[in-house]
Design a protein around this ligand. Structure first.
Ligand code: GTP
Ligand code: MG
Length: 367
């Protein structure tokens, strides 16, 4: 769909266009049926009418209306990102969590196969996305997309708040994502977990026990102390958020990472946010498209489907998409291809434009 007039928008939502016009009027916007609505207005009015709408690529004017009613929305697992300063123990914490997840959940080792993992705690799933996907997050946030529901901020108890700790806090605030603080390395002789709490107050991260809204857990990733507590706390935080998505729809979500595999061709790890992704689906991811040849779960097993909050690898794409790209399933493969090709063309034009500007600059600098 190209843009959206008031009439088209009303039709998509299945409401009389007069209703939309009235609501627009209440917002001080006088528009007729044939006039085009801005992305902001589309989202605002839809929200007003209790519908969830996401404008997928505002610059391309492709608006997607997700006509999900309350009944369509089902609980989904939380998606969690571990952040923190260099060497404060992000990887160790994730390792400890995966270890616990295996011990408490299914048997069999987890080979860390893709940039995301799934742990099961007493039958409840938590999806972890690895931190190196930082750039992807920034790209996604720039498009107004939210990938992570909870940020676990790892702060070493012997080092305290450091530049990347502050960066992570800013990131969380900008994305409006709650922070669970893991005060790590409490086994170390110089560890002062309470000083970490004090330092964080300055940045608006205040422990619940001090009247704030942030949950804190003292852990030692190395000695596997407090990890169960941390996982329970993450689930508690998730409960507050009442996370939901419609699983009975064509899948969509974001590319977390992608690469060209020698044997398997282009491989993209995606996070499904809505709908259910299945082998055989016609998918577009950025400027890449194709039919899903196979889905591979974080353990390296073939999957028959991926539901909301599931990370999964997609095989069968025409090229390697970029981390942060949106992916979407189409009923008709031709539509997927058309969108991918239009995006590719637009990118080429942009690149050309940039090149032209550059050569003009070159020219001027020589005069
Ligand atoms: P980068 O990925 O480089 O930013 O580091 P990271 O945050 O992933 O930290 P990592 O898990 O690699 O840990 C850094 C160092 O701290 C390693 O030498 C770990 O063994 C050590 N470490 C991590 N957690 C603990 C802990 O709970 N106690 C102690 N004593 N050492 C820890
Ligand atoms: Mg690391």
């Amino acid at each position: 769909m190209q843009g959206s007039t008031v009439g088209e928008f009303a039709e998509l939502l299945g409401v009389p266009s007069n209703d939309v016009i009235k609501r627009l009027f209440m917002l001080g916007q006088v528009l007729t049926v044939t006039q085009t609505m801005t992305d902001e207005l589309i989202e605002l009015i839809a929200d007003d009418m209790g519908r969830k709408v996401r404008v997928v690529s505002p610059e391309e004017e492709y608006a997607v209306v997700y006509n999900d009613t309350e009944d369509d929305l089902k609980p989904r697992p939380p998606v969690v990102t571990v952040m923190g300063h260099v060497d404060h123990g992000k990887t160790s914490t994730l390792d400890a969590i995966r270890h616990t997840g295996v011990a408490a959940g299914e048997a069999g080792g987890i080979t860390q196969h893709i940039g995301a993992s799934v742990v099961n705690i007493d039958g409840r799933q938590i999806t972890f996305i690895d931190t190196p996907g930082h750039e992807a997050f920034t790209a996604m946030r720039a498009r107004g997309a939210q990938v992570t529901d909870v940020i676990v901020l790892v702060v070493a108890a012997d080092d305290g708040v450091m530049p990347q700790t502050i960066e992570a806090i800013n990131h969380a605030k900008a994305a409006n994502v709650p922070i669970v603080v893991a005060v790590n390395k409490i086994d170390k002789p110089g560890a002062t977990p309470d000083r970490v709490r004090q330092e964080l107050v300055e940045y608006g991260v205040i422990p619940e026990e001090w009247g704030g809204t942030n949950m804190f857990v003292d852990v030692s990733a190395k000695q596997r102390i407090g990890i169960d507590d941390l996982l329970e706390t993450i689930l508690l935080q998730a409960d507050v958020l009442e996370l939901k998505a419609n699983p009975d729809a064509l899948a969509s979500g974001f590319v977390i990472e992608a690469n060209l595999d020698k044997g398997r061709g282009p491989v993209a790890t995606v996070l499904v946010q809505r709908g259910t992704l299945k082998p055989g689906d016609a998918v577009v991811a950025g400027t890449s498209y194709g039919r899903v040849r196979a889905l591979v779960d974080p353990r390296g097993n073939h999957a028959t489907e991926a539901r909301p909050s599931d990370p999964v690898e997609i095989l069968g794409l025409s090229s390697v998409p970029t981390a942060g790209d949106e992916f979407r399933v189409f009923e008709d493969e031709r539509d997927a291809r058309k969108l991918a090709e239009e995006r590719a063309l637009r990118e080429r034009l942009k690149a050309q434009e940039a090149k032209t500007h550059m050569s003009l600059d070159d020219l001027f600098s020589r005069i």
